[in-house]
Design a protein around this ligand. Structure first.
Ligand SMILES: [Fe+2]
Ligand SMILES: [Fe+2]
Length: 279
């Protein structure tokens, strides 16, 4: 159990309450607790160091880095981090180095995988700890590992592929989230949550044995999913009795507006500078 916990969004698409920070397409958040400093994702690489400096967050002190999945907008900051702040233990799924592409309707394909080679990153000081299983990485802090896809409605983003031609769909099996056990219930930190918000919550509850879900923070990918998926997700979320939802990154404006309407008082955008604190 983590009692005093603070999550600070360091990289996100939009700047929030802290002047002098910058936005970029990506996500990164710093998790701080008693004797704990974990960086969850690293953004695209353009804003991590500057935003952390502006918010007086020392990335030198971060011993552990978690990569939620192998997209460039979550992993690109790893190189500037290693270059400037020294070697780190890096936790991820073994599939994090897979090749991946977004293939647009007009046939254009864009590589969107991790922009560095594994051996190069190891040479730069990344000590990779790759595992597909649920695991505890610090006291009361868990990585979901591969999330079973159970709900019929979380079909995700249909524009992502393992090849540039768009013939093999990318199921993003490496997508995982961070789960923190607190006195108020579980706090979930998402990267893009390609595995589905409800699938991820159910998996976290099952594995930790904690039923209560206190807060969700991060990307939900609802901005790239169907309206039917968003509505079904909202219906399921109501049943969990969640206290706080701070969504951003790939959530998009429409889904954020729906979440705000559904959870008035409980919803906030997880922009750069957003902070969640628990006692
Ligand atoms: Fe993303
Ligand atoms: Fe992603």
């Amino acid at each position: 159990m983590q009692n005093r916990l603070r999550i600070t969004v360091l990289c996100e698409n939009t700047v929030g309450p802290v002047s002098g920070t910058l936005g970029e397409h990506g996500f990164a958040a710093l998790l701080e607790g008693e004797g704990l400093s974990i960086l969850f994702d690293t953004g695209m690489g353009e804003t991590l160091l500057g935003n952390a400096l502006r918010m007086n967050k020392s990335l030198h002190r971060v011993a552990r880095v978690v990569l939620s999945h192998g997209h460039f907008d979550h992993t690109g900051g790893l190189l500037p981090l290693l270059r400037n702040c020294g070697g780190k233990d890096v936790y991820a799924h073994p599939g994090v180095f897979s090749r991946r592409y977004r293939v647009k309707d007009n046939g254009e394909s864009i590589p969107i995988g991790i922009p560095y080679d594994e051996h190069f990153l190891r040479g730069m000081g990344a000590r990779f700890d790759l595992d597909h299983r649920f695991r505890e990485i610090a006291r009361g802090v868990f990585l979901t590992g591969e999330v079973p896809r159970r709900t019929p409605f979380e079909l995700g983003d249909r524009g992502m592929f393992r090849d540039a031609n768009g013939s093999e769909a990318d199921r993003l099996e490496d997508d995982q989230s961070l789960v923190i056990k607190t006195a108020k219930g579980l706090v979930l930190l998402f990267g893009c949550c390609h595995a589905g918000v409800v699938n991820t919550i159910e998996h976290a509850r099952e594995k930790t044995g904690e039923e209560r879900v206190y807060a969700l923070v991060g990307g939900t990918h609802l901005g790239f999913s169907s309206a039917e998926q968003t509505e079904a997700t909202l219906r399921a979320l109501r049943g969990f009795g969640i206290g706080r939802i701070a969504a951003g990154h790939c959530t998009g404006f429409a889904a954020s507006a729906r979440l705000l309407r559904e959870f008035p008082g409980g919803f906030q955008p997880a922009n750069v500078g957003y902070v969640l604190e628990t006692e």
